[in-house]
Design a protein around this ligand. Structure first.
Ligand SMILES: [Zn+2]
Length: 468
């Protein structure tokens, strides 16, 4: 099978140029001008941007939080990803049973994803304790599964204490593994989440007050210092949401702190805490960390424009139903602390970054590729196989027509959830088609692939390791 994408504006993370891309079977074989190939299917990309498929390194498909389960399984969630131009995900696992081996969730996630995912996928491992065999298991999983990143949480039931995080970081550095951290101060937010409902403050608008930006900033700062004390261990901060948190990152950047990766998520760039004003609608946006103020959004955009501060834009995609089915979001109706945390975003991310970022002049087109595709792959050991258009790499490609429009309404939604946080928005630009390893998986917002098309990705080492 040969295909040639003709006359598009090709976008990489460094440049934009007019050209053609020749694909043979699953790979890109040539990128250049006037590529002739008689036996190739021709895809006309005149007037379109031709970019590497987007890569979302923070999703929670089929997440089981005990009292609720995310409504997108690996099929529905990756169909939404595909329709939104995302051809690879790296999913963050749920916690397993108490005291389980690190292998428990790896095996469980293969059971959930294999044969179901429609885009290529990998997993981040997760620590929920530090026992005798934990670090040996981590090394085995890296060797046998190509899982080169693990997560720790500083809050929730299976949070790690600082001494444990310190040991994890030290062992991970030794093993060439990146530790990703959910940074929030557990003590303060636990106290606030207890106090606020006791004072009768049960509505959604109290959710952001229960998890203040300084909870994030304190934990970001603490992790940066603990990672330094662990021998400059590779550290990746997930879902940075606030200006206060960003300032801690900027301080570390100014000190040239090595081996630090930072992710924000699309919702922190697009939405603000006015989403919580309405007691009912506000449940849709209950997620942790919460949405912040416009000032926070603006500073995050500025950091993206400046470059070298934030590395990736992901989603933390973790949808629950608002009204349909079990309507899990309604568990928070009388008390926001009972609402399952999370919202959809895997389908919307790329076009939001394109429309609100590039088309509105906040960031450049190569920066869209950098934050949505290339850097996520460098951070998690998939580059250049994913996230680039280099000859010899996977032909994962998204074509965007900048003259088109994307209306986000109920009909737009391809995942299982019954709402989008972005309903009512009309975006500049439209995804024309999406290729995964050379095969079309989405066109004009419709899924055209098949269940199980996605392949499990064994990942290599992060750029945070090789930098030293
Ligand atoms: Zn998450």
């Amino acid at each position: 099978m040969k295909k040639v994408i003709k006359n598009g504006q090709i976008v990489t993370d460094t440049e934009v140029f007019k050209g053609d891309i020749l694909i043979e079977d699953e790979k890109i074989v040539r990128v250049g001008e006037d590529i002739g190939c008689d036996d190739a299917e021709v895809i006309d990309a005149e007037g379109m941007y031709v970019m590497p498929g987007a890569v979302d390194v923070h999703t929670h498909m089929d997440l089981d939080v005990g009292f609720a389960r995310a409504v997108d399984d690996f099929y529905d969630g990756t169909v939404a990803a595909a329709c939104g131009g995302t051809t690879t995900i790296v999913d963050h696992m749920a916690f397993g049973p108490k005291d389980c081996s690190l292998w428990h969730q790896v095996n469980e996630y293969h059971r959930l994803a294999d044969g179901n995912a429609v885009v290529d996928y990998g997993f981040h491992g997760v620590f929920q304790h530090v026992h005798g065999d934990t670090f040996d298991e981590m090394k085995e999983i890296k060797e046998e599964e190509g899982i080169t990143s693990f997560k720790v949480y500083l809050t929730y039931d299976y949070r790690l204490e600082d001494d444990e995080v310190f040991r994890v970081l030290r062992a991970a550095k030794e093993a060439g593994i990146v530790i990703t951290v959910h940074c929030e101060n557990h003590g303060v937010l636990t106290q606030l989440r207890k106090e606020l409902p006791e004072q009768g403050h049960t509505e959604a608008k109290y959710h952001p007050l229960s998890r203040p930006a300084r909870c994030e900033a304190e934990a970001v700062n603490r992790m940066i210092h603990i990672a330094a004390m662990a021998g400059d261990a590779p550290l990746y901060i997930v879902h940075l949401s606030s200006a206060e948190g960003l300032h801690e990152v900027m301080k570390a950047r100014a000190e040239n702190r090595p081996n630090l990766g930072v992710e924000t998520c699309i919702q922190y760039l697009i939405l603000n805490d006015s989403a919580y004003d309405d007691p009912e609608e506000g449940l849709k946006a209950i997620m942790s960390p919460p949405l912040r103020k416009d000032q926070d959004r603006e500073e995050l955009w500025q950091a993206l424009a400046e470059g070298g501060i934030i590395d990736t834009v992901a989603t933390d995609h973790c949808p629950f139903h608002f009204k349909e089915g079990k309507a899990e979001k309604q568990y928070g109706r009388d008390d926001f602390t009972k609402c399952p945390n999370g919202a959809p975003g895997v389908q919307e991310r790329l076009m939001l970054l394109f429309s609100e970022g590039f088309m509105k002049g906040r960031i450049s087109l190569p920066q869209v590729v950098r934050y949505a595709s290339a850097e996520p792959c460098r951070m998690f050991g998939m580059y250049p196989q994913k996230g680039s258009l280099e000859p010899g790499t996977d032909a994962d490609i998204v074509m965007i027509d900048p003259a088109g429009k994307t209306v986000i309404d109920r009909a737009y939604i391809r995942g299982a959830s019954d709402y989008s946080c972005y309903e009512g928005m009309t975006l500049d630009g439209r995804i024309d088609r999406v290729l995964l390893r050379g095969s079309e998986i989405a066109r004009d917002g419709k899924f055209t692939g098949s269940r199980g098309d996605g392949r499990y990705l064994r990942r290599g080492e992060s750029v945070l390791i090789s930098k030293k």
